[in-house]
Ligand binder design. Sequence first.
Ligand SMILES: *Cc1c(COP(=O)(O)O)cnc(C)c1O
Length: 463
Amino acid sequence: MNPTSPDPANAASDLVSRSRAVVWHPCTQMKDHEWLPLVPVAKAEGVWLETPDGKRILDAVSSWWTNIFGHRHPVIVEHVKRQLDTLDHVMLAGFTHEPVVSLSEKLVALTPKGLSRCCYSDNGSSAVEVALKMSHHYWRNTGKPEKTRFATLTNSYHGETLGALAVGDTGLYRDTYAPLLLTPITLPSPDCSLMQDGGRGPGESWEDYSRRRFSDARRILEAHAETLSAVIIEPLLQCAGGMRMYHAVWIKLLREACDELGIHLIADEIATGFGRTGHMFACDHANITPDFMCLSKGITGGTLPLAVTMTNERVYEAFYDDYATGKAFLHSHSYTGNPLACAAALGTLAVFDECNWMAIVRGLGQLMWTQTAALRSHPHVAEVRQQGMVLAVELAASPHQRKPYPAGERRGLRAYQHALDKGVLLRPLGNTLYLMPPYVITPAEIGRLCEVLTEAVDVATRT
Ligand SMILES: *Cc1c(COP(=O)(O)O)cnc(C)c1O
Protein backbone atom coordinates (compact mmCIF):
# COMPACT_ATOMS: atom_id res chain seq x y z
CA MET A 1 0.00 0.00 0.00
CA ASN A 2 1.13 3.50 -0.77
CA PRO A 3 0.28 5.64 2.26
CA THR A 4 0.56 8.87 0.27
CA SER A 5 -1.98 7.71 -2.30
CA PRO A 6 -4.54 10.49 -2.74
CA ASP A 7 -7.10 8.17 -4.31
CA PRO A 8 -9.61 6.82 -1.78
CA ALA A 9 -10.79 4.13 -4.20
CA ASN A 10 -7.24 2.79 -4.31
CA ALA A 11 -6.99 2.91 -0.54
CA ALA A 12 -10.23 0.91 -0.31
CA SER A 13 -9.09 -1.80 -2.69
CA ASP A 14 -5.70 -1.94 -0.91
CA LEU A 15 -7.52 -2.56 2.35
CA VAL A 16 -9.49 -5.40 0.81
CA SER A 17 -6.41 -7.16 -0.55
CA ARG A 18 -4.50 -6.67 2.71
CA SER A 19 -7.49 -8.14 4.56
CA ARG A 20 -7.63 -11.15 2.23
CA ALA A 21 -3.92 -11.70 2.84
CA VAL A 22 -4.07 -11.98 6.63
CA VAL A 23 -7.62 -12.05 8.02
CA TRP A 24 -9.70 -15.23 8.19
CA HIS A 25 -13.19 -13.74 8.12
CA PRO A 26 -15.95 -15.29 10.26
CA CYS A 27 -18.65 -17.56 8.89
CA THR A 28 -17.21 -17.25 5.38
CA GLN A 29 -15.96 -19.51 2.60
CA MET A 30 -12.91 -17.33 1.93
CA LYS A 31 -12.75 -18.48 -1.70
CA ASP A 32 -16.04 -16.62 -2.32
CA HIS A 33 -14.05 -13.43 -2.00
CA GLU A 34 -12.30 -14.19 -5.30
CA TRP A 35 -15.52 -12.89 -6.93
CA LEU A 36 -17.62 -11.48 -4.07
CA PRO A 37 -16.04 -8.21 -2.93
CA LEU A 38 -15.28 -7.70 0.75
CA VAL A 39 -16.73 -4.40 1.89
CA PRO A 40 -14.25 -2.09 3.60
CA VAL A 41 -15.77 0.20 6.22
CA ALA A 42 -14.01 3.39 7.35
CA LYS A 43 -16.64 4.95 9.58
CA ALA A 44 -20.18 4.64 10.83
CA GLU A 45 -22.81 6.91 12.27
CA GLY A 46 -26.41 6.14 13.20
CA VAL A 47 -27.84 3.59 10.80
CA TRP A 48 -25.16 4.30 8.18
CA LEU A 49 -21.84 2.62 7.40
CA GLU A 50 -19.39 4.41 5.13
CA THR A 51 -16.66 2.93 2.92
CA PRO A 52 -13.23 4.62 2.53
CA ASP A 53 -14.33 6.04 -0.83
CA GLY A 54 -17.43 7.60 0.68
CA LYS A 55 -20.15 5.13 -0.28
CA ARG A 56 -22.92 5.00 2.34
CA ILE A 57 -24.61 1.73 3.31
CA LEU A 58 -27.78 1.49 5.41
CA ASP A 59 -27.16 -1.14 8.11
CA ALA A 60 -30.48 -3.01 7.96
CA VAL A 61 -29.25 -5.89 10.13
CA SER A 62 -27.80 -3.77 12.97
CA SER A 63 -24.35 -5.29 12.39
CA TRP A 64 -25.39 -8.81 13.30
CA TRP A 65 -28.24 -7.66 15.58
CA THR A 66 -26.01 -5.83 18.06
CA ASN A 67 -26.40 -2.21 17.10
CA ILE A 68 -29.78 -1.26 18.57
CA PHE A 69 -29.29 2.52 18.85
CA GLY A 70 -27.19 3.13 15.74
CA HIS A 71 -23.45 3.43 15.42
CA ARG A 72 -21.52 5.73 17.77
CA HIS A 73 -24.56 6.87 19.72
CA PRO A 74 -23.31 9.99 21.55
CA VAL A 75 -24.52 8.86 24.98
CA ILE A 76 -22.77 5.49 24.68
CA VAL A 77 -19.62 7.06 23.26
CA GLU A 78 -19.54 9.52 26.18
CA HIS A 79 -19.89 6.72 28.76
CA VAL A 80 -17.01 4.74 27.22
CA LYS A 81 -14.73 7.78 26.86
CA ARG A 82 -15.28 8.82 30.44
CA GLN A 83 -14.59 5.29 31.67
CA LEU A 84 -11.36 5.11 29.66
CA ASP A 85 -10.05 8.10 31.60
CA THR A 86 -10.34 6.31 34.96
CA LEU A 87 -10.23 2.51 34.78
CA ASP A 88 -9.58 0.38 31.71
CA HIS A 89 -9.70 -3.10 33.15
CA VAL A 90 -9.17 -5.08 36.32
CA MET A 91 -9.83 -8.77 36.90
CA LEU A 92 -13.17 -9.43 38.53
CA ALA A 93 -12.02 -12.30 40.76
CA GLY A 94 -11.24 -10.72 44.13
CA PHE A 95 -11.88 -7.20 42.78
CA THR A 96 -14.88 -5.10 41.88
CA HIS A 97 -15.65 -1.70 40.34
CA GLU A 98 -18.44 0.83 39.97
CA PRO A 99 -19.49 0.04 36.36
CA VAL A 100 -20.00 -3.69 37.00
CA VAL A 101 -21.94 -3.05 40.24
CA SER A 102 -24.16 -0.34 38.72
CA LEU A 103 -24.83 -2.42 35.65
CA SER A 104 -25.75 -5.48 37.72
CA GLU A 105 -28.14 -3.43 39.88
CA LYS A 106 -29.83 -2.08 36.78
CA LEU A 107 -30.06 -5.48 35.06
CA VAL A 108 -31.62 -7.03 38.16
CA ALA A 109 -34.23 -4.26 38.18
CA LEU A 110 -34.90 -4.51 34.44
CA THR A 111 -35.11 -8.28 33.84
CA PRO A 112 -38.02 -10.52 34.86
CA LYS A 113 -38.64 -10.64 38.62
CA GLY A 114 -36.51 -13.18 40.47
CA LEU A 115 -33.36 -12.89 38.38
CA SER A 116 -31.02 -11.45 40.98
CA ARG A 117 -27.45 -12.54 40.12
CA CYS A 118 -25.22 -11.56 37.20
CA CYS A 119 -22.35 -13.72 35.97
CA TYR A 120 -20.39 -12.00 33.20
CA SER A 121 -18.56 -13.20 30.11
CA ASP A 122 -17.72 -11.54 26.81
CA ASN A 123 -19.80 -13.16 24.06
CA GLY A 124 -23.12 -14.90 23.69
CA SER A 125 -21.73 -18.42 23.26
CA SER A 126 -19.85 -18.12 26.54
CA ALA A 127 -23.00 -16.90 28.30
CA VAL A 128 -24.70 -20.09 27.09
CA GLU A 129 -21.77 -22.22 28.31
CA VAL A 130 -22.10 -20.61 31.74
CA ALA A 131 -25.84 -21.39 31.87
CA LEU A 132 -25.32 -25.04 30.86
CA LYS A 133 -22.49 -25.60 33.34
CA MET A 134 -24.25 -23.76 36.16
CA SER A 135 -27.46 -25.72 35.62
CA HIS A 136 -25.77 -29.11 35.83
CA HIS A 137 -23.57 -27.93 38.71
CA TYR A 138 -26.68 -26.82 40.62
CA TRP A 139 -28.16 -30.31 40.39
CA ARG A 140 -24.84 -31.82 41.41
CA ASN A 141 -24.60 -29.53 44.42
CA THR A 142 -28.17 -30.43 45.43
CA GLY A 143 -27.77 -34.20 45.21
CA LYS A 144 -28.96 -34.96 41.68
CA PRO A 145 -25.73 -35.52 39.71
CA GLU A 146 -27.62 -37.74 37.23
CA LYS A 147 -29.14 -34.63 35.67
CA THR A 148 -26.60 -34.28 32.86
CA ARG A 149 -28.69 -33.75 29.74
CA PHE A 150 -30.11 -30.74 27.94
CA ALA A 151 -33.19 -30.35 25.77
CA THR A 152 -33.26 -28.02 22.80
CA LEU A 153 -35.66 -27.08 20.02
CA THR A 154 -35.38 -28.15 16.40
CA ASN A 155 -33.83 -25.39 14.30
CA SER A 156 -32.41 -23.58 17.33
CA TYR A 157 -29.12 -21.68 17.53
CA HIS A 158 -27.15 -20.93 20.68
CA GLY A 159 -23.64 -20.11 19.50
CA GLU A 160 -20.45 -21.63 18.17
CA THR A 161 -18.35 -22.93 21.08
CA LEU A 162 -18.64 -26.71 21.52
CA GLY A 163 -21.21 -26.67 24.34
CA ALA A 164 -23.35 -23.98 22.73
CA LEU A 165 -23.07 -25.65 19.33
CA ALA A 166 -24.10 -28.97 20.86
CA VAL A 167 -27.41 -27.57 22.13
CA GLY A 168 -28.12 -25.91 18.79
CA ASP A 169 -29.89 -27.62 15.91
CA THR A 170 -28.76 -25.65 12.87
CA GLY A 171 -27.22 -28.35 10.69
CA LEU A 172 -25.16 -25.97 8.59
CA TYR A 173 -23.07 -24.98 11.61
CA ARG A 174 -23.35 -28.15 13.70
CA ASP A 175 -23.10 -31.24 11.49
CA THR A 176 -19.36 -31.02 10.77
CA TYR A 177 -18.53 -31.04 14.47
CA ALA A 178 -21.22 -33.52 15.58
CA PRO A 179 -18.66 -36.20 16.54
CA LEU A 180 -17.22 -33.78 19.10
CA LEU A 181 -20.50 -32.75 20.73
CA LEU A 182 -22.69 -33.91 23.59
CA THR A 183 -26.07 -35.12 22.39
CA PRO A 184 -29.11 -33.10 23.38
CA ILE A 185 -32.73 -34.22 23.51
CA THR A 186 -34.58 -32.45 20.73
CA LEU A 187 -38.07 -31.05 21.12
CA PRO A 188 -40.23 -30.13 18.11
CA SER A 189 -40.11 -26.38 17.62
CA PRO A 190 -43.43 -24.54 17.82
CA ASP A 191 -42.27 -22.58 14.74
CA CYS A 192 -45.45 -21.17 13.17
CA SER A 193 -43.98 -20.77 9.69
CA LEU A 194 -46.17 -22.14 6.92
CA MET A 195 -43.03 -23.67 5.39
CA GLN A 196 -42.46 -25.96 8.38
CA ASP A 197 -43.01 -29.64 7.48
CA GLY A 198 -46.25 -30.92 8.97
CA GLY A 199 -46.62 -27.50 10.49
CA ARG A 200 -49.34 -24.95 11.01
CA GLY A 201 -52.23 -25.09 8.59
CA PRO A 202 -53.18 -21.86 6.79
CA GLY A 203 -56.34 -21.46 8.89
CA GLU A 204 -54.76 -22.27 12.25
CA SER A 205 -53.84 -19.42 14.62
CA TRP A 206 -50.29 -19.09 15.97
CA GLU A 207 -51.64 -19.65 19.47
CA ASP A 208 -53.60 -22.81 18.59
CA TYR A 209 -50.65 -24.27 16.73
CA SER A 210 -48.18 -23.43 19.51
CA ARG A 211 -50.48 -25.10 22.06
CA ARG A 212 -50.92 -28.18 19.88
CA ARG A 213 -47.18 -28.39 19.35
CA PHE A 214 -46.48 -28.22 23.07
CA SER A 215 -48.14 -31.55 23.86
CA ASP A 216 -45.39 -33.39 21.91
CA ALA A 217 -42.67 -31.44 23.73
CA ARG A 218 -44.30 -32.17 27.07
CA ARG A 219 -44.32 -35.93 26.44
CA ILE A 220 -40.58 -35.91 25.68
CA LEU A 221 -39.81 -33.83 28.77
CA GLU A 222 -41.77 -36.23 30.96
CA ALA A 223 -39.90 -39.23 29.56
CA HIS A 224 -36.49 -37.68 30.29
CA ALA A 225 -37.21 -35.64 33.41
CA GLU A 226 -34.87 -37.69 35.63
CA THR A 227 -31.77 -36.96 33.58
CA LEU A 228 -32.70 -33.54 32.19
CA SER A 229 -30.78 -30.63 33.66
CA ALA A 230 -32.34 -27.85 31.57
CA VAL A 231 -34.30 -26.91 28.49
CA ILE A 232 -32.74 -24.11 26.46
CA ILE A 233 -34.88 -21.96 24.16
CA GLU A 234 -34.73 -18.79 22.11
CA PRO A 235 -38.01 -17.33 23.33
CA LEU A 236 -40.47 -16.25 20.63
CA LEU A 237 -37.95 -15.92 17.81
CA GLN A 238 -35.36 -18.34 16.42
CA CYS A 239 -33.07 -15.88 14.69
CA ALA A 240 -30.13 -17.73 13.13
CA GLY A 241 -32.48 -20.60 12.24
CA GLY A 242 -34.15 -18.30 9.71
CA MET A 243 -36.17 -15.84 11.82
CA ARG A 244 -38.74 -18.48 12.73
CA MET A 245 -41.38 -17.29 15.20
CA TYR A 246 -43.89 -18.75 17.64
CA HIS A 247 -46.54 -17.74 20.13
CA ALA A 248 -45.73 -16.77 23.73
CA VAL A 249 -48.23 -19.32 25.09
CA TRP A 250 -45.67 -22.05 24.31
CA ILE A 251 -43.18 -20.40 26.67
CA LYS A 252 -45.80 -20.16 29.41
CA LEU A 253 -46.63 -23.87 29.04
CA LEU A 254 -42.93 -24.74 29.08
CA ARG A 255 -42.39 -22.76 32.28
CA GLU A 256 -45.23 -24.69 33.97
CA ALA A 257 -43.90 -28.06 32.79
CA CYS A 258 -40.33 -27.27 33.88
CA ASP A 259 -41.57 -26.33 37.38
CA GLU A 260 -43.62 -29.48 37.63
CA LEU A 261 -40.90 -31.81 36.36
CA GLY A 262 -37.90 -30.23 38.10
CA ILE A 263 -36.05 -29.04 34.98
CA HIS A 264 -34.34 -25.66 34.58
CA LEU A 265 -35.46 -23.26 31.88
CA ILE A 266 -32.67 -21.36 30.12
CA ALA A 267 -33.86 -18.39 28.04
CA ASP A 268 -31.29 -17.43 25.43
CA GLU A 269 -32.24 -13.79 24.88
CA ILE A 270 -28.95 -12.92 23.23
CA ALA A 271 -30.75 -11.76 20.08
CA THR A 272 -34.23 -11.00 21.45
CA GLY A 273 -33.18 -9.08 24.58
CA PHE A 274 -33.21 -5.29 24.89
CA GLY A 275 -36.42 -4.54 23.08
CA ARG A 276 -36.09 -6.25 19.72
CA THR A 277 -39.46 -8.01 19.94
CA GLY A 278 -41.41 -4.99 21.18
CA HIS A 279 -41.01 -5.84 24.87
CA MET A 280 -37.76 -5.38 26.76
CA PHE A 281 -37.33 -9.17 26.83
CA ALA A 282 -39.12 -11.87 24.85
CA CYS A 283 -39.94 -13.63 28.15
CA ASP A 284 -42.02 -10.56 29.05
CA HIS A 285 -44.50 -11.52 26.30
CA ALA A 286 -45.23 -14.69 28.30
CA ASN A 287 -44.83 -12.99 31.65
CA ILE A 288 -42.46 -15.67 32.94
CA THR A 289 -39.07 -15.77 34.66
CA PRO A 290 -36.55 -18.31 33.39
CA ASP A 291 -34.03 -19.94 35.75
CA PHE A 292 -31.21 -18.59 33.60
CA MET A 293 -31.26 -15.75 31.12
CA CYS A 294 -28.39 -15.20 28.65
CA LEU A 295 -27.88 -11.67 27.32
CA SER A 296 -25.32 -10.18 24.94
CA LYS A 297 -25.54 -8.51 21.47
CA GLY A 298 -27.68 -5.41 22.20
CA ILE A 299 -26.41 -5.04 25.76
CA THR A 300 -23.67 -2.55 24.78
CA GLY A 301 -25.60 -1.11 21.84
CA GLY A 302 -23.17 -2.90 19.53
CA THR A 303 -20.14 -1.06 20.89
CA LEU A 304 -18.05 -3.56 22.86
CA PRO A 305 -18.24 -7.30 23.56
CA LEU A 306 -20.09 -8.18 26.77
CA ALA A 307 -22.40 -10.97 27.91
CA VAL A 308 -24.15 -11.92 31.11
CA THR A 309 -25.86 -15.02 32.44
CA MET A 310 -28.46 -14.13 35.05
CA THR A 311 -29.99 -16.48 37.57
CA ASN A 312 -31.99 -16.53 40.82
CA GLU A 313 -31.19 -16.76 44.55
CA ARG A 314 -32.09 -20.44 44.73
CA VAL A 315 -29.38 -21.35 42.24
CA TYR A 316 -26.91 -18.94 43.84
CA GLU A 317 -27.52 -20.40 47.31
CA ALA A 318 -26.75 -23.93 46.10
CA PHE A 319 -23.16 -22.83 45.41
CA TYR A 320 -22.74 -20.70 48.55
CA ASP A 321 -20.87 -22.77 51.13
CA ASP A 322 -17.51 -23.30 52.87
CA TYR A 323 -14.63 -23.49 50.42
CA ALA A 324 -13.80 -27.07 51.38
CA THR A 325 -17.20 -28.34 50.18
CA GLY A 326 -15.96 -27.71 46.61
CA LYS A 327 -19.29 -26.23 45.53
CA ALA A 328 -18.01 -22.96 44.01
CA PHE A 329 -18.57 -22.11 40.35
CA LEU A 330 -14.99 -22.05 39.06
CA HIS A 331 -15.61 -20.54 35.65
CA SER A 332 -13.96 -17.37 34.39
CA HIS A 333 -12.81 -15.42 31.36
CA SER A 334 -9.90 -12.98 31.38
CA TYR A 335 -12.10 -10.03 30.43
CA THR A 336 -15.04 -10.90 32.69
CA GLY A 337 -16.91 -7.72 33.63
CA ASN A 338 -14.60 -5.42 31.67
CA PRO A 339 -15.25 -1.83 32.90
CA LEU A 340 -15.28 -0.29 29.40
CA ALA A 341 -17.86 -2.80 28.18
CA CYS A 342 -19.92 -2.28 31.36
CA ALA A 343 -19.77 1.50 30.76
CA ALA A 344 -21.03 0.96 27.20
CA ALA A 345 -23.89 -1.12 28.64
CA LEU A 346 -24.68 1.63 31.18
CA GLY A 347 -24.72 4.10 28.29
CA THR A 348 -27.13 1.84 26.42
CA LEU A 349 -29.45 1.63 29.44
CA ALA A 350 -29.25 5.44 29.78
CA VAL A 351 -30.52 5.74 26.20
CA PHE A 352 -33.38 3.38 27.06
CA ASP A 353 -34.30 5.76 29.91
CA GLU A 354 -34.61 8.75 27.56
CA CYS A 355 -38.04 7.86 26.18
CA ASN A 356 -40.54 5.07 25.60
CA TRP A 357 -38.46 3.04 23.13
CA MET A 358 -40.82 0.07 23.18
CA ALA A 359 -43.61 2.26 21.78
CA ILE A 360 -41.17 3.46 19.10
CA VAL A 361 -40.09 -0.09 18.26
CA ARG A 362 -43.71 -1.21 17.91
CA GLY A 363 -44.58 1.81 15.75
CA LEU A 364 -41.60 1.34 13.43
CA GLY A 365 -42.35 -2.40 13.27
CA GLN A 366 -45.88 -1.57 12.15
CA LEU A 367 -44.48 0.71 9.46
CA MET A 368 -42.20 -2.09 8.21
CA TRP A 369 -45.28 -4.30 7.98
CA THR A 370 -47.40 -1.85 5.96
CA GLN A 371 -44.52 -0.91 3.65
CA THR A 372 -43.98 -4.55 2.66
CA ALA A 373 -47.65 -5.24 1.84
CA ALA A 374 -46.87 -5.94 -1.83
CA LEU A 375 -44.57 -8.81 -0.88
CA ARG A 376 -47.38 -10.74 0.74
CA SER A 377 -48.88 -11.55 -2.66
CA HIS A 378 -45.58 -12.19 -4.45
CA PRO A 379 -45.65 -15.60 -6.20
CA HIS A 380 -42.33 -16.68 -4.64
CA VAL A 381 -42.90 -15.37 -1.14
CA ALA A 382 -44.09 -18.15 1.14
CA GLU A 383 -44.62 -15.85 4.07
CA VAL A 384 -43.89 -12.45 5.55
CA ARG A 385 -43.69 -12.66 9.34
CA GLN A 386 -42.89 -10.17 12.02
CA GLN A 387 -42.12 -9.80 15.67
CA GLY A 388 -41.42 -6.27 16.91
CA MET A 389 -38.61 -4.82 14.81
CA VAL A 390 -37.79 -8.04 12.97
CA LEU A 391 -39.50 -8.59 9.64
CA ALA A 392 -38.69 -11.74 7.67
CA VAL A 393 -39.59 -12.66 4.11
CA GLU A 394 -39.30 -16.33 3.23
CA LEU A 395 -38.74 -17.15 -0.42
CA ALA A 396 -39.93 -20.45 -1.89
CA ALA A 397 -39.84 -22.16 -5.28
CA SER A 398 -43.50 -23.00 -4.75
CA PRO A 399 -45.16 -21.56 -1.67
CA HIS A 400 -48.37 -23.57 -2.23
CA GLN A 401 -46.53 -26.89 -2.25
CA ARG A 402 -44.26 -25.74 0.60
CA LYS A 403 -41.34 -26.35 -1.72
CA PRO A 404 -38.24 -24.34 -0.78
CA TYR A 405 -35.51 -23.25 -3.16
CA PRO A 406 -32.51 -25.61 -3.05
CA ALA A 407 -29.89 -24.09 -0.71
CA GLY A 408 -27.22 -24.52 -3.38
CA GLU A 409 -28.89 -21.87 -5.56
CA ARG A 410 -27.84 -19.27 -2.99
CA ARG A 411 -30.74 -16.99 -3.83
CA GLY A 412 -30.29 -15.01 -0.64
CA LEU A 413 -26.82 -14.07 -1.86
CA ARG A 414 -28.34 -12.52 -5.00
CA ALA A 415 -30.53 -10.39 -2.75
CA TYR A 416 -27.46 -9.40 -0.72
CA GLN A 417 -25.58 -8.31 -3.81
CA HIS A 418 -28.47 -6.35 -5.25
CA ALA A 419 -29.16 -4.55 -1.97
CA LEU A 420 -25.49 -3.69 -1.45
CA ASP A 421 -25.43 -2.21 -4.91
CA LYS A 422 -28.31 0.03 -3.82
CA GLY A 423 -26.59 1.00 -0.58
CA VAL A 424 -28.43 -1.31 1.81
CA LEU A 425 -26.89 -4.05 3.94
CA LEU A 426 -29.15 -7.12 3.97
CA ARG A 427 -27.57 -10.40 5.00
CA PRO A 428 -30.13 -13.12 4.28
CA LEU A 429 -30.20 -16.43 6.15
CA GLY A 430 -30.51 -18.92 3.29
CA ASN A 431 -33.89 -18.25 1.64
CA THR A 432 -34.99 -15.87 4.38
CA LEU A 433 -34.51 -12.16 3.81
CA TYR A 434 -35.03 -10.00 6.86
CA LEU A 435 -34.93 -6.48 8.21
CA MET A 436 -33.61 -5.95 11.75
CA PRO A 437 -32.53 -2.30 11.75
CA PRO A 438 -31.42 -0.10 14.66
CA TYR A 439 -34.31 1.51 16.59
CA VAL A 440 -33.10 4.99 15.55
CA ILE A 441 -33.99 4.43 11.91
CA THR A 442 -36.35 7.10 10.49
CA PRO A 443 -39.66 6.37 8.74
CA ALA A 444 -38.13 7.66 5.47
CA GLU A 445 -35.21 5.27 5.83
CA ILE A 446 -37.64 2.41 6.48
CA GLY A 447 -39.38 3.38 3.25
CA ARG A 448 -36.09 3.13 1.37
CA LEU A 449 -35.28 -0.18 3.08
CA CYS A 450 -38.60 -1.74 2.10
CA GLU A 451 -38.23 -0.51 -1.47
CA VAL A 452 -34.82 -2.15 -1.81
CA LEU A 453 -36.05 -5.30 -0.05
CA THR A 454 -38.91 -5.59 -2.53
CA GLU A 455 -36.51 -5.23 -5.48
CA ALA A 456 -34.12 -7.73 -3.89
CA VAL A 457 -36.94 -10.30 -3.63
CA ASP A 458 -37.61 -9.89 -7.37
CA VAL A 459 -33.94 -10.24 -8.22
CA ALA A 460 -33.50 -13.30 -6.00
CA THR A 461 -36.54 -15.13 -7.36
CA ARG A 462 -35.89 -14.50 -11.05
CA THR A 463 -35.11 -17.82 -12.75
C1 LIG B 1 -25.65 -14.61 18.34
C2 LIG B 1 -26.31 -15.59 19.21
C3 LIG B 1 -25.57 -16.41 20.08
C4 LIG B 1 -24.08 -16.42 20.11
O1 LIG B 1 -23.54 -15.20 20.52
P1 LIG B 1 -22.02 -14.84 20.10
O2 LIG B 1 -21.75 -13.56 20.76
O3 LIG B 1 -22.02 -14.75 18.60
O4 LIG B 1 -21.16 -15.96 20.58
C5 LIG B 1 -26.27 -17.28 20.90
N1 LIG B 1 -27.60 -17.33 20.89
C6 LIG B 1 -28.35 -16.55 20.09
C7 LIG B 1 -29.83 -16.64 20.14
C8 LIG B 1 -27.73 -15.67 19.20
O5 LIG B 1 -28.46 -14.93 18.36
